[in-house]
Write a protein that binds this ligand. Structure first.
Ligand code: SER
Length: 317
């Protein structure tokens, strides 16, 4: 990776990835793009361009103009939003991906796009979900993610495009909040704990899902993109995770720092159904074996860091 174009760079992953890549590879070498422009270091601290990924020619023109050797395609709708508007989700998630892959083929660039635990479904083994297993998701987001995994494999086998990807779990970050995912509660809970000392969880007690702190997610992307291609057997859909947790585990971890914090439940049936169709915990051993994946943050360490960083961000003493 020497010169990188990132789509969806103002989103939850993009806003931190852009900053980290600029520090590592040089500010001028990371071309951030998004469909909107906001006041953010992503826009002000390096090249930034407006880009709608449903316009394939626009992706091509920008990638060519900046002479990039890598495309990191992040522009997508998350699971709950996709369920509310499946037609829009298909158009953005699938046509956007197809357009970006075509540009990678035409300009011979490396390619990364994330899949998700959402690529699994109710018939997938729920515990320690294997790398290669049944994938019959019941959400539009999941349909998009499985199709995306297959499409990226196809571009590698058929055209030799160097496509790579991971299945991310719920990602927790203190920089940019997620927009419309099922695992968003695991971010909201920290903001609410600091601001109001209480939180109403829309996911029911006992519902386990995999989670990961954003610094580990960013490292995973960089490590996979820098990995020796000869070591990669799976390429586009490596299971990665740092923890399997239910809402009450976040409650307990936060209470160690804020003893008066309380939580109750107001379960949202739509997001609860999505969560129940996903695994309780996934097995990331293929990622560890093939490119050395290892998460640094467990729930305790992440909670300490989240609360510290958010206190400063929200100016709470
Ligand atoms: N965090 C995502 C979501 O909830 C999962 O990929 O949609």
């Amino acid at each position: 990776m020497k010169k990188v174009l990132i789509t969806g760079s103002l989103g939850q992953i993009g806003s931190e990835l852009t900053t980290t890549l600029r520090e590592k590879y040089g500010h001028d070498n990371i071309i951030a793009t998004d469909i909107r422009e906001i006041d953010s270091p992503v826009v002000t601290e390096g090249p930034f361009e407006i880009l709608d990924v449903t316009n394939g020619k626009a992706i091509h023109d920008l990638a060519e103009k900046h002479n990039v050797d890598t495309i990191i395609h992040l522009a997508a709708l998350l699971s709950a939003k996709a369920e509310n508007n499946p037609q829009l989700a298909w158009n953005l998630n699938m046509n956007g991906l197809m357009n970006a892959l075509e540009v990678a083929r035409e300009l011979n660039t490396k390619f990364f796009t994330p899949s998700s635990i959402g690529a699994f479904g109710p018939t997938t083994p729920k515990d320690q979900t294997p790398q290669d297993t049944i994938q019959r998701p019941t959400t539009m987001y999941g349909v998009n993610k499985v199709s995306g995994e297959l499409l990226c494999d196809y571009y590698y086998h058929r055209f030799g495009v160097d496509t790579r990807g991971v299945r991310f779990p719920g990602l927790i970050s203190n920089v940019t909040e997620p927009g419309g995912g099922t695992t968003d509660y695991a971010v909201e809970i920290y903001y609410e704990a600091l601001k109001n000392k209480r939180y109403s969880s829309y996911i029911a007690e006992g519902t386990h899902m995999d989670m990961m702190y954003m610094p580990d997610a960013i490292n995973a992307i960089i490590q996979l993109m820098e990995a020796d291609p000869n070591q990669l057997k799976h390429r586009n859909a490596f299971n990665v995770t740092a923890m399997s947790a239910a809402p009450e585990h976040f409650e307990q971890a936060i209470q160690k720092h804020i003893p008066e914090f309380t939580m109750d439940y107001q379960v949202d049936p739509v997001r609860q159904a999505i969560a129940e169709s996903w695994p309780n915990s996934i097995d990331a051993s293929a990622a560890t074996e093939e490119w050395g994946f290892k998460a640094e943050y467990d729930l305790e360490k992440m909670t300490e860091d989240m609360l510290d960083k958010l206190k400063a961000k929200l100016s709470i003493r």
